[in-house]
Design a protein around this ligand. Sequence first.
Ligand code: FEO
Length: 183
Amino acid sequence: MLTKNIEEALNGQLSRELYSAYLYLSMSAHSTNIGLKGFANWFMVQYHEEMFHAMKFYEYINLQGGKVALTALAQPPAEFESPLEMFTKTLEHERFITKSINGLMELAIAEKDHATQIFLQWYVTEQVEEESNDNEIIARLRIAGSDPQALMMLDRELAARMTTIPTEFSKGVQAAAAKGPAA
Ligand code: FEO
């Protein structure tokens, strides 16, 4: 069972996760457009991860007898000056999401909603990983500076990113399916 406050807050976070997916899809499209296929892959994987984050909220609200309420999503930015700007904006957005998850957790504690606290713990851990990934890539981009070779090397590395989420739209699952059944 969810209180009205918690239900509204969970729906708010569901929208923010969907917007996160939308933002990274836009970054993936921009990366493709400027010829950085590895960056495009990284952001496409991130898009799928965010859809997974959103769907976990969707399922939890339903499971607890609440009502999912979808809202309009803001238009994401479509142009970025550089890969560094994309990742700086990504980190900024993830810090906002971290604050938002922390706010939800504080509300769940205040309302003595233990089930929601346990549900949110997964996101608390996930946000640490997300910010860490972004910080690492930002550091690499700063080292690369304006050296095109270093940028292309990083692009090749980011091309290898595969999602680990258990959904049919995950690249990992597609790649596994392409290989055929496991022996
Ligand atoms: Fe769903 Fe990137 O946090």
